[in-house]
Design a protein around this ligand. Sequence first.
Ligand SMILES: *[C@@H]1O[C@H](CO)[C@@H](O)[C@H](O)[C@H]1NC(C)=O
Ligand SMILES: *[C@@H]1O[C@H](CO)[C@@H](O)[C@H](O)[C@H]1NC(C)=O
Ligand SMILES: *[C@@H]1O[C@H](CO)[C@@H](O)[C@H](O)[C@H]1NC(C)=O
Length: 408
Amino acid sequence: MWKWKQLGIVLLVTAMALVAVNHGLNTRLQQQGCFGEIFSRDGQRHFSSRTSRPQRQDHSSKVYHNWELFSLDYEEMVKSFKVYVYPFGNSDYSQVFLPHPDPYDRKLGNFFSEHMFKINLLNSTFATRDPGEAHLFFMPFSINAMRNHPRIRSEAMISSFVESYVEEISQRYKFWNRTEGVDHFYVGCHSVGRNAASNSRALQQNAIQVTCSANYYQKLYVPHKDVALPQVWPRPLDTFIVPPEKRTKLAFFSGRAQNSHLRETLLKLWSNDSDMDIFAGTMQGSYEDALSRSKFCLHVKGYEVNTARISDALHFGCVPVIISNQYDLPLSNVLNWRSFSIVLSYTQIPALKAKLQSVTHDEYARLWSNGRRVKRHFGWHHSPREYDSFQMTMYELWSKRHFVRAPL
Ligand SMILES: *[C@@H]1O[C@H](CO)[C@@H](O)[C@H](O)[C@H]1NC(C)=O
Ligand SMILES: *[C@@H]1O[C@H](CO)[C@@H](O)[C@H](O)[C@H]1NC(C)=O
Ligand SMILES: *[C@@H]1O[C@H](CO)[C@@H](O)[C@H](O)[C@H]1NC(C)=O
């Protein structure tokens, strides 16, 4: 008996020590002002308490949270991950399912990633014809193709189409009913797809949505279930990257205020500042040039979150500054976003210029060169390359697979 008592005391003391250490750590973090820089709901308090003292810039230089763990698991994925793609069928609607014949068509812009994912998957070793060995099941409807289909088009029709599609696969195949869709996924890369699942409860609640609108305020985005798709605008691969010392503008932003309070504040405070290129609405001059001459590129939540801007910034060597609470950055379980971008809360817009100017030469060089290191994750290729957007999205899906399923 006495041994148990002793053990109890040891455990109690250990627990108290852990609480103390944890408390010390929290206090230290607060003193260092780390909390104001991460997404925070009550940023106001952090902001006002931080203006009075110098702000510490702590951009960890590690690009990956844990490269060893990640790369081992990634290799495992490349070897073993299998996805069953439901057949396209042969009806008036087969266009909705077939891979796009020309994904580089510039008109597709915002939907490029959606199409590239499907094209890459179908032509990969991940796709299997044997549902028995599949970890996940892909429902290959394309939001963009539905948008352009003469008999679908509207967002309401998209939801109905998707509803009957789920109904159909649950009647014709055994796989949906086994898990109520938990091991199923679909991909949609633009705002018109955000409510595609609205008529199907199981699709909303269980299936994995791979989406560019990874925003907590989207009604049908479920952060711990869904996957943020890297949204990339198709661009030539061999862009010349302007080095840091040749970048003459502090920051660049161009966008409509729309119904975004945040953007309104940004434009009101900073659109006339000659150190920065802050344009309301359509900008003057070339977008590419602006990305190349600025040190920082701002991504401010508008009506929709558009991550293509972030990939554009990385593509042109401009350090992303993300001003948006409640937003899941793509690949954030693997990438340390703070090593190559700056994340600010809403309330830091008035201090924006001071904040960016306080980034030292060395810190900027580190952010900039880390951005070049992660760039390969934000690009799609006709034949996928290691660690590109396709492989990384597959990795995200791999990490969502379930290990135990009833046999059929
Ligand atoms: C499929 O992959 C092969 C090998 O990488 C490539 O040669 C071919 O062009 C690809 N086909 C399509 C349709 O992407
Ligand atoms: C799956 O469940 C639905 C609803 O209960 C049922 O109508 C359907 O027949 C089932 N599918 C199969 C393949 O058994
Ligand atoms: C910017 O400058 C223009 C021209 O001087 C002026 O009309 C405008 O009101 C200014 N805008 C802001 C937001 O200060």
